[in-house]
Write a protein that binds this ligand. Structure first.
Ligand code: EPZ
Length: 443
C-alpha cells in the first residue's frame, strides 16, 4: 500500500505540547527565590551528537541528553530514515544505524528545527547523497545555508535544488577533503563539515571555524570513536578522513551553558540564595563577570555557581553579542530583561542575527523603557517596574526571557506558545517551582 504523507508524518512525529501556556504569578520586584537548579545536558551539543551516530558502525550511547522537544524531533527524524533511537531511561539514549537507511529527510520534521541540517554532513559522507528541505528553527533572522552549499561543493558534491528541497550527491560516492574557508563563523556549518570530513578522502581543513564548547564536545565524541581531528578550540580545524567510527564507551553530553546562564540571570534578578549546579562555570565566565561588575553577589565553586543577591544598586552596561568566547546571542534576550532592572542606560547590540530583538516590544508593554534604534540595536533604560501581561513566546530564548520578566513583574502573566520554550529547556516549570516560582502549565 502506498502511504500518504499524512500517515508517514503521524508515524514519526511524537506527541508535542503545542497548546500549553504558562501562568506565572510574579514577585513584584522582591528577591524571594532560593534553592537549587540542576542544569541538564546541552541542547546544541546533544542534537549534533545524535546526528554523528550516522558515522559509527556500532551502537552509540549518549548520557545526560536533555528531555526537550528538539531532541524528540531529532529522534523522529533519525527514526524515520532508519537510525534506531531508543530511550533507555531519562537522559540516556542508544542510537544505531539500521540495515536499511534512507538519505531523504522528512520535510515537516526538518522544517521544525535548524539542527536538522547537521545531518547532511554525516549522511552525505557515509551514503554519498542526502536530500532535505531548507531547515527551520527559531524565527530570529534569515538563516541562509550558503556556507553549507559552498563547502560541500568544494568537497566534490553536486548540488541541486528543486521545489524547496536540496539534493547533494558526492561525485564518485565519496567526499574529498579540501580547505573550506568560511566567510563567516557558523556553529552548525563547522560541525557539519567536521562530521563530513571524518569519512571524506584525505584531509579537510576548516578555516575561520567556530569555537563554541559544543563543537569541542562533538569533536571529543568523534575522536573517542577513532576520528583524527586536531585544532579544536582554534579557528583552524583539521580532519584526516578514515573509515566508520567505533563507539567504545558512553558519551556524556556537556552541561548546557545557555540554560545555566538563563537561570543565573533569573537568580541575579530575583534570588536571595540560588545555586546553579552541574554546570561548567568556565563556559559562563563573561556572563558571571558582567553580572558581578553590575553588582550581583556570585560565588563559584567546582560545578556550582551560587547567587547570593545584589550588593547595592545594580549598574547598567552595554552588551554586544559575539561568537564564543564573546557574549552569546542565545543569552541576549534574558540579559535585556536584566538591564530593565539596572540603574542607567544600556545599549544592546545583537550582531549575529538580524531578527533577534523583536521581543523588546512585548517587554516594553510590561513597563520596560526600551528604545529601538534599528534591527540590531536597542537602548534599555532602568530600573523599571514591570507588570504582568499576556505574551506569546516568539522563539526559544525570547520565550525564556518572557518567563524571567513575568517572574520579576507584579501580577499575573500568561505566556502562550510554551512549545517554543520546551524546545530547549528541560522541565522548565519543575525547575522554577523548586526555587519558589509560582508557575502553572495549562494545556
Ligand atoms: C547555532 O545556530 C545555534 N543552533 C543557535 O542556537 C545559536 O544562536 C547560533 O549557533 C549562534 O551561536 C544550533 O546549534 C542548532 P550560525 P547556527 O550558523 O549554527 C549566518 C538556540 O536558541 N550564516 O553560527 O544556525 C547566520 O545567518 C539557537 O539554541 C550564513 O550567513 O548559527 C548568522 O548570521 C538559535 N550562512 C551567522 O552566520 C550560512 O550558511 C551565525 O550563525 C550559515 C550561517
Amino acid at each position: 500500500m502506498k502511504r500518504s504523507p499524512r500517515s508517514i508524518r503521524s508515524r514519526h512525529i511524537s506527541r508535542t505540547n503545542e497548546n500549553s501556556r504558562f501562568v506565572i504569578n510574579g514577585l513584584g520586584g522582591k528577591r524571594a527565590l532560593s534553592g537549587e537548579v540542576i542544569i541538564g545536558g546541552a541542547k546544541n551539543a546533544a542534537l549534533k551528537l545524535m546526528a554523528a551516530s550516522v558515522l559509527f558502525k556500532n551502537k552509540v550511547i549518549l548520557e545526560n541528553v536533555p528531555e526537550i522537544e528538539d531532541i524528540k524531533r531529532m529522534s523522529d527524524l533519525l527514526n524515520a530514515i532508519g537510525v534506531v533511537v531508543s530511550k533507555k531511561k531519562t537522559g540516556v539514549y542508544d542510537l544505531r544505524v539500521g540495515r536499511r537507511c534512507s538519505t531523504s529527510l522528512l520535510d515537516d520534521i526538518s522544517k521544525r528545527f535548524r539542527a536538522s541540517i547537521v545531518l547532511s554532513g554525516p549522511l552525505l559522507a557515509r551514503f554519498g547523497k542526502v536530500s532535505f528541505p531548507h531547515p527551520g528553527g527559531c524565527l530570529i533572522g534569515e538563516r541562509p545555508i550558503d556556507i553549507f552549499l559552498d563547502g560541500f561543493r568544494k568537497m566534490g558534491a553536486q548540488i541541486k535544488e528543486s521545489k524547496g528541497r536540496y539534493l547533494f550527491t558526492a561525485t564518485g560516492g565519496t567526499l574529498t577533503g579540501t580547505t573550506i574557508h568560511m566567510r563567516q563563523q557558523s556553529v552548525t556549518a563547522t560541525e557539519t563539515f567536521m562530521m563530513a570530513g571524518v569519512l571524506a578522502s584525505g584531509e579537510t581543513v576548516i578555516k575561520n571555524a567556530s569555537l563554541e564548547p559544543e563543537i569541542e564536545d562533538l569533536a571529543k565524541f568523534l575522536i573517542d570513536g577513532g576520528a583524527s581531528i586536531t585544532g579544536i578550540g582554534t579557528t583552524t580545524i583539521r580532519i584526516c578522513g578514515g573509515g566508520l567510527l567505533t563507539a567504545l564507551s558512553p558519551h556524556r553530553v556537556l552541561p548546557d551553558r545557555i540554560e545555566a546562564g538563563s537561570y543565573l540571570i533569573l537568580a541575579a534578578l530575583a534570588g536571595k540564595d540560588v545555586k546553579i549546579t552541574n554546570c561548567n562555570p568556565w563556559h559562563l565566565e563573561l556572563l558571571i563577570e558582567l553580572l558581578r561588575d553590575s553588582g550581583v553577589g556570585i560565588v563559584v565553586s567546582g560545578d556550582t555557581v551560587t547567587v547570593t543577591g545584589e550588593q547595592g544598586t545594580l549598574k547598567s552596561f552595554d552588551l554586544k553579542t559575539h561568537e564564543y568566547p564573546g557574549f552569546p546571542t542565545d543569552l541576549q534576550a534574558p540579559m535585556t530583561v536584566f538591564l530593565t532592572q539596572t540603574e542607567g542606560e544600556g545599549k544592546v547590540f545583537e550582531t549575529i542575527f538580524e531578527g533577534r530583538l523583536g521581543y523588546a516590544e512585548a517587554l516594553a508593554s510590561m513597563g520596560a523603557d526600551i528604545i529601538a534604534m534599528d534591527a540590531h540595536r536597542i537602548i534599555v533604560k532602568g530600573p523599571s517596574s514591570l507588570h504582568g501581561k499576556t505574551l506569546e513566546s516568539p522563539d526559544l530564548r525570547a520565550g525564556l526571557a518572557f518567563v524571567i520578566a513575568a517572574i520579576i513583574a507584579k501580577g499575573i502573566s500568561i505566556i502562550h506558545n510554551v512549545y517554543n520554550i520546551d524546545r530547549g529547556y528541560d522541565h522548565v516549570e519543575k525547575k522554577l517551582r523548586a526555587i519558589g516560582v509560582d508557575i502553572k502549565r495549562l494545556r
